[in-house]
Write a protein that binds this ligand. Structure first.
Ligand SMILES: Cc1ncc(COP(=O)(O)O)c(C=O)c1O
Length: 478
């Protein structure tokens, strides 16, 4: 790597080089152990005499900034010369007050290192068909190599939008044309775009409580006031919606994180309410494709006659979150503004990934993968229910969700969440509470059991061990 040194004029060249290398070492741009170019190369690079660079190196060696290893080169010496951090510069760049106060969307949750882990929000990569995916990636690479360099459509690659639109029609009963779909970087960007085009600072956004913190953070970052709306056994309590809400964020298929679906009555009430108030509804259907029992409830989007629901989906739960592909099917009236916002934010999502995913969908690999995953998750969910309603029933009341890849279980009155998590920890089981999903109201002690990554035999073994540990360590309150 070239060492970046800028020289002005023709005087004091060695002083200029000396000061710049020294400053780079002091502020850490040149870390300890970094090898410097030879004096000969540096002289040639800067267009100065070899004597000049030799003088600089000698001085830095004498002051212990550099270290010479004969036969190997000259290196940045280890630390003592680094200056203690002094007062911050008076004119440091600062984020706006809003961003200074912004919490992270979601602290990257530290994962347990336990072999049995109920982390939510992750999928089973060992079961992902990487071979077909590789074929699709190769296909995408060939396409990429053929085309001329150009920015693509901000709304996304046509083939992928077609794949998504067909999939939504078939799987989620959401009717759309490919022209209605906008490809995004995950559901998170879909929410961000919606917030940009719908909200003004000070607007009210209604969110379920408990709810999905990254959505809350996204609306807060737009300057909105997020108002929590309680949920009960039927999902969001529509009667408690603030009349002035401009946007309502809701997870109707599988309330996040508790799991109950929004009942049909509530869906209709929500749509009627939105028609009266003109509010936009963001329907986050993040894991509704995995439905295991009960009559399927239509997506809000498919009941929406007035054009108020923006449907948000993601491949994070069906493929894996690192893919960063999601989508939006907005009301027609918002479509143009959303595409402009998408272009403004990042021009378009990566066309290579889009093309590979389109192939994956249109070749039938995605449908096959979903069918296999569905079977796996169904067995895992059944095992979880068997334990939570059987040997673990003295401690837990599961909220038996019909869909999704996690299940939340409330703790029986008087049982301490931290004590249960600690008991799991002691027998090498990673358990996770739900406290961090509450913004305002006192959290109801509960655990979220993700079964995206833990297989059925591991669930059986882990929960058998957990029951034994709890019997010894967490007395049941009677
Ligand atoms: C409620 C909810 N929405 C959306 C997502 C997925 O977001 P993304 O597509 O940005 O990965 C998740 C993932 O955990 C989620 O829990």
């Amino acid at each position: 790597m070239d060492l970046h040194v800028t020289l002005h004029g023709r005087t004091d060249l060695s002083g200029q080089i000396y000061r710049q290398i020294r400053a780079a070492i002091l502020d850490g741009r040149l870390p300890a152990g970094e090898r410097l170019p030879s004096t000969r190369d540096l002289a040639a690079q800067l267009g100065v005499s070899r004597k000049t660079t030799l003088d600089v190196f000698e001085r830095l060696l004498a002051e212990s900034f550099l270290l010479s290893k004969p036969g190997h080169g000259t290196f940045v010496a280890d630390g003592p010369q680094r200056m203690p951090q002094t007062q911050p510069a008076p004119q440091q760049a600062q984020p706006s007050p809003l961003w200074q106060a912004m919490p992270p969307a979601q602290a990257l949750q530290p994962r347990s290192t336990h072999p049995h882990d109920f982390m939510g929000g992750v999928t089973d990569k060992t079961r992902f068909p990487f071979e077909p995916w590789r074929r699709c990636m190769n296909h995408a690479l060939r396409l990429q190599a053929r085309g001329r360099g150009a920015y693509h459509d901000p709304a996304g690659e046509q083939e992928l939008r077609l794949g998504i639109s067909r999939y939504l029609g078939f799987n989620r009963a959401v009717a759309s044309q490919w022209q209605d779909v906008i490809v995004t970087q995950g559901a998170q960007q879909a929410l961000d775009l919606l917030a940009r085009v719908v909200l003004q600072p000070g607007d009210i956004v209604a969110m379920e409580e408990p709810g999905y913190p990254p959505a809350r953070a996204c609306f807060t970052a737009m300057g909105a006031r997020v108002v929590s709306v309680p949920v009960d056994a039927h999902g969001m309590v529509v009667d408690a919606l603030p009349a002035q809400a401009r946007l309502v964020y809701v997870t109707p298929s599988h309330q996040f994180p508790l799991g109950m679906p929004l009942s049909l009555d509530r869906r209709i009430a929500l749509l009627e309410w939105a028609q009266r108030t003109g509010a936009v509804i963001a329907e986050d259907d993040y894991d509704g494709e995995f439905r295991f029992e009960g009559r399927p409830l239509d997506a809000l989007k498919s009941l929406d006659r007035a054009g108020l629901v923006a449907y948000v989906g993601t491949f994070s739960k069906t493929i894996f979150p690192e893919l960063r592909v999601g989508y939006l099917v907005p009301p027609q009236s918002l479509y143009g503004a959303l595409v402009k916002a998408k272009q403004l934010v990042d021009w378009h999502s990566a066309s290579l990934t889009q093309a590979a995913l389109a192939r994956f969908m249109l070749d039938g690999d995605f449908a096959r993968h979903l069918r296999r995953s569905h079977k796996l998750y169904e067995a895992r969910r059944a095992m979880l229910i068997r334990h939570l309603t059987g040997p673990l029933a003295p401690w837990f009341t599961p909220i038996v969700a019909m869909a999704g890849i996690h299940m939340t279980a409330l703790l029986k009155p008087g049982i301490d969440e931290a004590a249960v998590i600690a008991s799991g920890d002691a027998v090498q089981i990673g358990l996770y509470g739900t406290q961090r999903f509450y913004a305002e109201s006192p959290p109801q002690p509960a655990l979220l059991f993700g079964y995206g990554e833990i297989d059925v035999a591991q669930i059986d073994e882990a929960l058998t061990r957990l029951a034994t540990a709890l019997r010894q360590q967490v007395p049941v309150v009677t």
